[in-house]
Write a protein that binds this ligand. Structure first.
Ligand SMILES: Nc1ncnc2c1ncn2[C@@H]1O[C@H](COP(=O)(O)OP(=O)(O)O)[C@@H](O)[C@H]1O
Ligand SMILES: [Mg+2]
Length: 315
């Protein structure tokens, strides 16, 4: 090859490299785009939840319109039976009452049905038998949105999304004032975390809130729940796998909430159970015993055994 040809070849090869690399990168983005599109399409195909009213039943005046924000709900669980699959009962004739402003802990081994009971109260499912009565009205007679407006639910694992702290806090109440935000943050014991974060409310929390610790995510989720000023707060194992500092912060939050809103908490830490008004012990979907921690410790051998295996171990 002549030197001239070689130079020309190298020149053309270099010129060609850029568009080829570009096309390959483009293929990559098309692939990613298709993936994302499929996920969006999946979400769009999901069945839309109805209003939750029985057929032929129109929304009635018992919808708590603009209900008084300071109220705490009374919750009655009456003979609730439920199964996900017909062959296996997950809850069997569960009965108990939570008075307005009280705090009740659900304790029981993993798989006993605590999360399921919380899901039924939130009405992600309807009971097969029995009913959930809130302030004297059967929950299933209320519009789902009216029912859920009164309740805040902090799920196990407290999902936090990509975005700022403020976005994560306010998505259930987008028009919250700065004062309301500050108050919720304070109640949830998140103030010191906020002070530490670079940018405060505008700090980015990262994908799934990964720039926060588990306990900080949990407290942020609780602040978000409290910002809606619920009449009933449902917490699913808020202190599992938490550092002692976060655990103490959550115990303190529960103390501050006393009397303000009704709380039902699936719990297994002594720090949570110690102070509640009533502990409901669930075993295989049935209520095994009920009472305060002190009462149960003397009266229920099942509770003592459970406490030895789970509660005491983590206290
Ligand atoms: N979506 C579901 N579909 C089928 N079975 C489920 C579902 N969720 C929970 N279960 C079953 O219901 C039982 C109670 O679960 P759960 O309420 O999560 O218990 P807990 O919160 O006390 O650990 C378990 O046996 C579990 O396997
Ligand atoms: Mg659970």
């Amino acid at each position: 090859m002549q030197i001239g040809e070689l130079v020309a070849f190298l020149l053309y090869a270099t010129l060609l490299a850029t568009p080829v690399a570009g096309s390959i990168a483009l293929l990559g983005s098309i692939q990613r785009g298709m993936g994302a599109f499929q996920r969006v399409a999946e979400a769009l195909r999901l069945e839309v939840e109805g209003d939750g009213l029985p057929p032929g039943h129109s929304d009635r005046a018992d919808t708590p319109e603009g209900s008084d924000r300071d109220r705490a709900a009374t919750v009655e669980i009456r003979g609730v039976t439920f199964s996900y699959e017909p062959s296996r009962r997950v809850l069997d004739d569960v009965n108990f009452t939570v008075h307005s402003g009280d705090q009740v802990a659900l304790v029981g081994r993993s798989g006993s049905g605590k999360s399921t009971l919380l899901a039924l109260i939130e009405r992600f499912y309807e009971p097969d038998n029995g009913m959930i009565v809130i302030d004297g009205t059967e929950a299933s007679r209320l519009h789902l949105s009216a029912h859920r407006r009164r309740i805040a639910f902090v799920e196990q694992g407290a999902p936090i999304m990509h975005g700022t702290v403020r976005e994560n806090l306010t998505y259930a109440r987008p028009h919250a004032t700065e004062e309301q935000i500050e108050h919720a943050v304070e109640l949830a014991g998140f103030t010191d975390v906020l002070d530490r974060l670079d940018g405060g409310l505008e700090a980015q929390v990262g994908e799934h809130g990964q720039s926060l610790s588990g306990g900080e995510r949990q407290r942020l989720a609780i602040a978000r729940a409290l910002l809606t000023e619920p009449e009933l707060l449902l917490l699913d194992e808020p202190t599992s796998n938490l550092d002692p500092l976060s655990e103490a912060a959550i115990s303190q939050t529960l103390r501050k909430l006393r009397g303000r809103c009704t709380v039902i908490v699936a719990a297994h830490r002594y720090s949570t159970i110690r102070d509640v008004d009533k502990v409901v012990v669930i075993s295989d979907g049935r209520v095994e015993a009920m009472g305060t921690h002190a009462e149960l410790t003397t009266s229920s051998s099942y509770y003592r055994e459970l406490a030895r295996d789970t509660v005491a171990a983590s206290a």
